[in-house]
Design a protein around this ligand. Structure first.
Ligand code: NDP
Length: 486
């Protein structure tokens, strides 16, 4: 028995009083949806805990579950490592002064992995909450069952919902300053929103742009005062209050102007602008949460008392999927720990132990090892010539950057598809920051291939540039996209 598992058993009695599910489990034992351990043992492909989401909440849950000696599958989902990968400096994580968001998340993930958590680059697309063990399906077509589920799917940035926003999305309208700021060098942009995200965007944009204006719809900002003060000291940043974007205009797929309403005077003014950065809050990611689980009127999961238990016994949640108020990474991580303790306590109340974990493991046949092909990284012009310009067949060059969440999201997708289509397509990668003076420049000047943002997938056939795609794609989408060129 591992030391961590022994330590976990010692804290179990302390958890019993906080358990939210006992009465519900007992009640459920009398009906057809009962949670009886033998039911799980009779079946194949059952994991003790499935964690959905890999932000601070999901990865902290994974750390706790793995440390308790239980098998934990973490589904990385659409935004691996969560929203902190889209921020710059995090100043409010205890014990870490000025840590970069992506670095912090990489560290938490590494810690969870070191205790044996399995992180799977796939997305859960369906959960059957009615049967138990719960049945789950992934985007890649895999199915398995889980005795307990921790939902940590987070929230997604909201949109403005004004005319032109959808049309010019990715053509100057965006929610990711970290990804897109370099493409706005010397340009004028606006940020819409008055929260901390808007402030973050200004930090990211100011070093690149000529001018950034924050348009705040009220007469004050919701963001932390410290952040507002820092923005006031940035020479090319301006804050305007009582201003709302009512329409976005563009030409040749690029934003050129916006209409701005002054909601005090009711005057609408048209302004020439190159980019619109949207920072107007978030929506809970609840698309897979149906089948009777309790959500509040805004779509957030409802917790039972002070626990992280959802309305269905065996289902737990942490982070922004159940938190419309605090929305802090450290809070999400704390809730992740609570959810893991609640989930483990639930399993132990059913009679789960190490031997049962081993029995389940022996009957787990679904394969979750990601089949992937490591992408060759190119840095020199000689490699560009040899492997792309003078080569035959289909070659895709992925321009990525370490600070870009979309890029981090795309790499496992590209690796998986490269493995599936081995021999039919060659996928290479180039670190945008490292090849600025070599490949990036040569493509621009000698081949008229302009890289305006990362990630960019540059498609070549028999050495000729076919197109450049900047969309973030899932595995099925990328597979279909590449198949078009074969
Ligand atoms: P918030 O919900 O805090 O703020 C959203 C802002 O957008 C508000 O000012 C809101 O205005 C405004 N808004 C909403 N809809 C519209 C619209 N249609 N048009 C114009 N403006 C609109 O969201 P954030 O994403 O900024 O932050 C979410 C959470 O994450 C917060 O708790 C924040 O503290 C946290 N965070 C922390 C960071 C850090 O610690 N480094 C970084 C980023 C975020 P109104 O006030 O009028 O409602």
């Amino acid at each position: 028995m591992s030391q961590s598992f022994k330590a976990f058993l010692m804290v179990l009695p302390l958890l019993a009083f906080s358990s939210c599910f006992k009465s519900k489990v007992d009640k459920k034992l009398n009906n057809e949806n009962s949670r009886v351990l033998s039911q799980a043992l009779e079946q194949e492909n059952v994991v003790p805990v499935a964690i959905i989401g890999s932000g601070p909440a999901g990865l902290t849950s994974a750390l706790y579950i793995a440390r308790a000696g239980m098998k934990a599958f973490v589904f990385a989902g659409a935004l691996p490592r969560g929203q902190l990968t889209e921020t710059t400096t995090v100043e409010n994580w205890p014990g870490r002064e000025n840590v970069q968001g992506p670095q912090l998340m990489a560290d938490i993930e590494a810690q969870a992995l070191s205790f044996g958590a399995d992180i799977i680059h796939d997305k859960i697309i369906d959960i059957d909450f009615i049967s138990w063990p719960f049945k789950l399906k992934t985007e890649d077509g895999r199915s398995f069952k889980a005795m307990a589920i921790i939902l940590a799917t987070g929230a997604t940035p909201k949109k403005l919902n004004v005319p032109g926003e959808h049309e010019f999305w990715g053509g100057g309208v965006t929610t990711c300053a970290v990804c897109d700021a370099p493409g706005f060098r010397g340009k004028e942009v606006v940020v819409s929103g008055g929260g901390d995200s808007a402030i973050e965007m200004v930090y990211e944009l100011a070093p690149y742009v000529k001018k950034v204006t924050i348009l705040v719809r009220k007469d004050s900002m919701r963001a932390a005062i410290a952040g507002q003060k820092r923005v006031a000291a940035i020479s090319n940043a301006v804050i305007e209050y009582n201003k709302e974007i009512t329409q976005i205009y563009g030409e040749n797929d690029r934003v050129i102007a916006i209409d701005v309403l002054d909601n005090k005077t009711n005057i609408i003014e048209r302004r020439s602008i190159d980019g619109v950065f949207v920072a107007v809050g978030h929506m809970p990611n609840n698309a897979i949460l149906k089948n009777g689980i309790d959500l509040d009127e805004h779509g957030y999961l409802v917790m039972q008392g002070r626990s992280q238990c959802c309305s269905i016994p065996g289902v737990f949640a942490a982070g922004e999927i159940q938190d419309p108020s605090y929305r802090q990474a450290i809070v999400a991580a704390g809730e992740g720990a609570k959810a893991a303790l609640d989930a483990a306590s639930f399993l132990y109340e059913l009679g789960f132990n190490v031997e049962i974990g081993e029995k389940l493991d022996k009957k787990f046949f679904e394969t979750f090892s990601d089949e992937k092909l490591d992408l060759r990284e190119i840095t020199e012009n000689s490699e560009l010539d040899e492997l792309i310009i003078n080569s035959k067949g289909l070659v895709i060059l992925d321009f990525y950057a370490h600070h870009c969440p979309g890029c981090i999201r795309m790499i496992p997708v590209l690796e998986a598809v490269a493995s599936k289509l081995e021999g039919k397509v060659t996928i290479l990668k180039a670190d945008h920051d490292k090849v600025k003076k070599t490949i990036y420049k040569t493509l621009w000047f000698d081949h008229d291939v302009k890289i305006r943002k990362v990630p960019s997938l540059v498609v070549f056939k028999d050495g000729k540039h076919i197109e450049t795609n900047t969309k973030i794609m899932s595995k099925p989408e990328l597979f279909e996209y590449i198949s078009r060129f074969l």
